[in-house]
Design a binder for this molecule. Structure first.
Ligand code: PMP
Ligand code: PLP
Length: 494
């Protein structure tokens, strides 16, 4: 089957992006690496004066994580040594020499690393159109800020999940963008709610939907494939871009089961099973080129590397590269040489083994957390859905059962949330109140549907707390959840 080309979506670009001219200096840069050209064109420091001859690192050998038993990071685990030189001729093939990575240039990312990540992307998502590409970024925080600048103009509206990553919302608000909340349940955005809102939309339609569709921050929910398909159809019908911010995509886990003897029977054993077990991304169903996917090494290698990448149609990515040329220029050269070095040593297969190792590790952490939630949180007032991806679990609390709900709290659910939060700290466990992530906003002109939705929400308040199983040792995690259970019991007089 021949793949289609992306649709022309240039009408969705922002005023800022349409105003951005190409830099003539940058366009001359392609001749810098041409051996036939004496390049007197740039203010580049000579690499002889870069005070780094080589970079040496010890990295885990695939033997330390490919046994199907998770990731072994102990001192005795098998290691590989990685050395990257300034001088290209001293390097192993496909390494990025320091004389290049520490120099200006390659705003779109160093070719060896981009090729690796592009091959990986195609392996996982099998992008269904021809003219897609990837560019490097400094992580999803920066990718999102640059994506917004590229598509929306002060006063525009965008669609966001009802509860969303607060720093992502703040990025939009600071640019003068209206964030329009879309109703969610335990499984993410409700497509019919989105459809009703858009069918009745008054005024200019939102230009993009921002979604953290796998292991959502803060709710821990993940959108099913069916919901993704429905939402994609709505994006086509109402002509908006889907931005999938997916730092947790590879922290997908086995489904939770209370039966401990069943827990090892479902684990993935090989690359094929692993890839099949991943929920298909929006990118993988994007036949029109209207998905911008934000990917990052932050949650799968290390956040301080500050390296991510953006996947989308070439024409639109070109606009982001032009923005990068005048903002970040490029991700750190040290990071690019180092990460590329690691990935070239591991190879595509080794990297998949690493991701399978993480899947096992996170499945175990999630199981420990949910076992403790079931054991220690009072089911009279608490319910929860075990997450299937990401770092977060949430517990929903019925505020109406709080003894002071009707009296002292005057039916204000936020007062219950606040009381539980404070009591949690008193008992020695901090979980984050869901209301801290509430997305709010109204378009101009306003949407009647939204006013209606906020009235319904006011009568049926959703109180939840976000916890993580990623950041603490397992014994401390269990103790923490027990303390939080104690706090709820005290507050609800159980
Ligand atoms: N400002 C001026 C005036 C410059 O000449 C340059 C380098 N050519 C820059 C900024 C870019 O600096 P940096 O590499 O620190 O981003
Ligand atoms: N997007 C979401 C939804 C996140 O939860 C996070 C992590 O905190 C980020 C982006 C930040 O990612 P990065 O480290 O790649 O900038």
């Amino acid at each position: 089957m021949t793949k289609p080309h992306a649709k022309d979506l240039s009408h969705l670009l922002s005023l800022e992006s349409k105003s951005r001219q190409n830099s003539p200096l940058k366009s001359a840069f392609k001749y810098y690496f041409d051996p036939k050209v004496t390049f007197l064109g740039g203010g580049l420091p000579l690499s002889d004066y870069f005070p780094f001859d080589n970079l040496t690192a010890e990295i885990p050998s695939p033997a330390a994580f490919s046994s199907g038993k998770g990731i072994n990071t102990t001192a005795s685990a098998e290691k590989l040594s990685l050395q990257i030189f300034k001088d290209k001729t001293k390097n192993e093939p496909n390494q990025i020499e320091l004389s290049r990575s520490l120099q200006y240039g390659h705003s779109e990312g160093q070719p060896e690393l981009l090729t690796f990540v592009k091959d990986h992307t195609d392996l996982v998502h099998k992008v269904p159109y021809v003219d897609w590409d990837i560019i490097a970024s400094v992580g999803n925080t920066e990718s999102w800020e640059s994506t917004l600048r590229t598509f929306v103009t002060r006063g525009d509206s965008i669609l966001v999940e009802d509860f969303s990553f607060s720093s992502a919302l703040e990025t939009a608000h600071a640019q003068g963008i209206n964030t329009i909340p879309i109703s969610m349940d335990d499984y993410g955005i409700i497509p019919s709610a989105l459809s009703t809102l858009l069918d009745n939309w008054v005024g200019p339609k939102p230009k993009l939907l921002y979604t953290i569709c796998t292991g959502q921050n803060p709710t821990g929910s993940s959108l099913s494939f069916e919901r993704r398909q429905e939402i994609y159809k709505l994006a086509s019908k109402h002509d908006f871009i889907i931005v999938e911010d997916e730092p947790y995509y590879f922290l997908q886990m086995e489904a939770y089961t209370t039966d401990k003897s069943q827990r090892t029977s479902t684990i993935v054993h090989n690359h094929e099973e692993f890839l099949k077990a991943l929920v298909p991304s929006f990118l993988s169903i994007d036949t029109e080129g209207r998905v911008i996917r934000l990917d990052s090494f932050s949650k799968v290698l290390a956040p301080g590397l500050r390296f991510g990448w953006i996947v989308g149609q070439k024409e639109l990515l070109e606009r982001i590269v032009r923005l990068h040329e005048v903002s970040i220029q490029a991700p750190s050269g040290v990071t690019q040489s180092l990460v590329n070095g690691l990935l070239q040593k591991w190879g595509q297969k080794g990297y998949l083994d690493w991701l399978i190792g993480l899947r096992l590790e996170y499945t175990h952490k999630r199981d420990v957390a949910i076992d403790a939630v079931s054991k220690y949180l009072p089911s009279e007032v608490v319910n929860f859905s075990p997450p299937v991806a990401g770092m977060f679990f949430t517990v929903n609390i019925d505020p109406t059962k709080h003894p002071k709900f009707k009296t002292e709290f005057a039916e204000d659910a936020l007062k219950v949330e606040d009381a539980v939060y404070e009591q949690g700290i008193k008992q020695g466990c901090l979980m984050i109140p869901g209301s801290w992530f509430k997305s709010e906003g109204q378009s101009n002109p306003p949407q009647h549907e939204l006013e209606h939705a906020s009235l319904v929400a006011a009568h049926n308040p959703h109180v939840f707390f976000r916890g993580t199983y990623a950041a603490v040792p397992l014994d401390a995690l269990v103790v923490g959840i027990e303390k939080f259970g104690e706090a709820i019991k005290i507050e609800f007089e159980l």
